[in-house]
Design a protein around this ligand. Structure first.
Ligand code: ATP
Ligand code: TYD
Length: 246
């Protein structure tokens, strides 16, 4: 779709700001805005396992766009401005807080292993976990006191982050439920803009665990992590179900 340097939103793409494992951020003609481009690559286990499939970037851009726009309806602030091409969105440039916020509703993976919970056990209350975003350290788990002590976020910011993450969880749980899907867990990143905290980064099957409610079929990056096959087919199916009216 992209015939020149400009997307449908007519925002000129300038220098590359940052290339990560799944996305590229570009500067634009407007210093407050970035273009976030979704790559076809996917990685797992701290980047040690790598793969890709055609159309993955397009699917993740479509899903993220839909979910960010959905959150706007509930007055949740996000960096999303506009979908500009099939694989790109215009976002507000944030000063990112280097903490990954994970919300879990259902036991699986490390949570099951660590606390001896059966895979699929519904938690009596959602769990919020924090991880320091540092690939060299292997993204260690932290609590809010680590975050204040090391200067990554203030107590007020951590309180706000936890409040917004709980609200997003409540919104998405019923959103996915209406589509016959279970929101098992998901990750958010926050960044600062002036005095506000906004959700940044992406909300996609790379960063969530989503199961079919009837069959418990995994419809997320676990299919890639654990070589379960049909990654592209399942990502496409998930996109169709998310974008359906519900
Ligand atoms: P990881 O996969 O562990 O998140 P990564 O750096 O490889 O690491 P990518 O998703 O490929 O991740 O890269 C996107 C980067 O852009 C992330 O570091 C993310 O924190 C950052 N980012 C996301 N949204 C914004 C924003 N609005 N402003 C500035 N930086 C952002
Ligand atoms: P994670 O905390 O890695 O737990 P586990 O070891 O049990 O797999 O993942 C929980 C959820 O959060 C999962 O949906 C993936 C997402 N997540 C990310 O997308 N990126 C991250 O860096 C982290 C820590 C989690």
């Amino acid at each position: 779709m992209e015939s020149d340097n400009k997307g449908e939103f007519n925002m000129e793409k300038r220098d590359l700001l940052y290339e990560g494992k799944a996305k590229i951020l570009y500067l634009t003609e407007d210093t407050d805005l970035l273009i976030q481009m979704f790559k076809d690559e996917l990685t797992a286990f701290n980047g040690t396992k790598k793969g890709s499939f055609d159309g993955k970037g397009e699917i993740c851009n479509a899903i993220s766009t839909y979910l960010f726009e959905y959150l706007e309806n509930y007055h949740v602030l996000t960096h999303f401005v506009s979908k500009s091409t099939d694989t790109e969105m215009v976002v507000k440039r944030l000063e990112m807080i280097p903490i990954e916020i994970v919300v879990r509703n259902i036991a699986t993976a490390n949570l099951s292993k660590t606390y001896n919970l059966a895979e699929g056990d519904v938690l009596q209350y959602p769990i919020i976990e924090y991880f320091l975003k540092d690939d060299q350290l292997g993204d260690p788990m932290i609590n809010e006191h680590h975050a204040y002590a090391m200067g990554y976020a203030t107590p007020e910011e951590m309180r706000m982050i936890s409040r917004v993450a709980s609200k997003v969880n409540a919104i998405f749980k019923s959103f996915f439920d209406r589509r016959g899907l279970l929101l098992v867990d998901f990750k958010l990143e926050f960044g600062k803009l002036a005095k506000n905290l906004l959700i940044g980064d992406e909300i996609t099957p790379d960063t969530c665990r989503i199961w079919d409610k009837k069959t418990n079929k995994k419809m997320d990056k676990d299919r890639f992590r654990y070589d379960m096959g049909q990654v592209d087919k399942v990502y496409n199916e998930l996109k169709d179900r998310i974008l359906s009216a519900g």
